[in-house]
Design a protein around this ligand. Structure first.
Ligand SMILES: Nc1ncnc2c1ncn2[C@@H]1O[C@H](COP(=O)(O)OP(=O)(O)O)[C@@H](O)[C@H]1O
Ligand SMILES: [Mg+2]
Length: 238
């Protein structure tokens, strides 16, 4: 059973997100309250348009709430400075997206190393050799030891997602945020990616948040949050 006592690593308090389209106000998140504890795998399930991506982006500081707050280890991020947010985002969070977002002109290894080149990365300070060794080791660990020099268009969907997962891990984030990580994959490959994420959580005890409409995820975890119309309609911790 997941340990949920103690302070959450990440929490949303009364988070609302609104968009103004012409004269219409669209409330995409409507008072979300959610505590995520260290080492947990949290699955957020909901239909298309329910607000899953918006919630994930808000939790990962890619987006700010219209009202309410997101707390990282008790610190209110919603009032933090942009520069602080950028530093935290790069060091605390790893992101995995449905469409991988790999750079097409770079091979798997170069894609994985990309976050090391970006400001605020602790790995920026490390030597290129050290980063490269770590990237190769991670690629080998996810079964891509023989795909290191392949470009994205020379990789299958599942392989691309593995590269994207390794890229998300290169800076050793505390929290992995995944948006429909299997959404673009066939059933078999989707299951392999799902197993890989679980294995990562098992081995590294990283906190993982996955938003998805894929009900199969619900069967494999202890914390399932269901959202509809920007609200949590059910939160089950087994
Ligand atoms: N930048 C935006 N401007 C206006 N509406 C948006 C924007 N981003 C998302 N939405 C709307 O918010 C709702 C929830 O979107 P999203 O969080 O992407 O849902 P999900 O990921 O669950 O499919 C959708 O109706 C979408 O059209
Ligand atoms: Mg989405």
């Amino acid at each position: 059973m997941t340990e949920t006592s103690g302070n959450p690593i990440l929490s949303a308090k009364d988070v609302c997100k609104e968009y103004k389209i012409g004269k219409t106000l669209l409330r995409v998140l409507n008072g979300i309250n959610l505590d995520i504890h260290e080492g947990e795998v949290v699955i957020v399930l909901g239909a298309s348009g329910a607000g899953k991506s918006t919630l994930l982006h808000t939790l990962g500081m890619l987006d700010t709430p219209t009202s309410g707050s997101v707390y990282l280890k008790g610190e209110n991020l919603s009032i933090a400075k942009q520069s602080e947010l950028a530093a935290k985002r790069n060091s605390v969070f790893g992101f995995v997206f449905q469409f991988y977002y790999l750079l097409p002109d770079f091979n798997a290894l170069e894609n994985v190393l990309m976050p090391c080149l970006i400001g605020n990365s602790v790995y920026k300070a490390k030597s290129k050799r050290e980063n490269t060794e770590k990237a190769i080791e991670l690629l080998q660990r996810v079964g891509l030891g023989n795909r290191i020099h392949h470009r994205p268009d020379e990789l299958s969907g599942g392989e691309k997602q593995r590269v994207a997962i390794v890229r998300a891990l290169i800076n050793d984030p505390e929290i992995l945020l995944c948006d429909e990580p299997t959404g673009n994959l066939d059933t078999h490959t989707g299951r392999e990616i799902q197993e890989l994420i679980w294995e990562l959580n098992d081995r590294t005890k990283k906190t993982v948040v996955i938003v998805t409409h894929d009900e199969r995820f619900a069967k494999s975890t202890e914390c399932v949050v269901r959202i509809a119309d920007g609200k949590i309609v059910n939160c089950a911790r087994n």
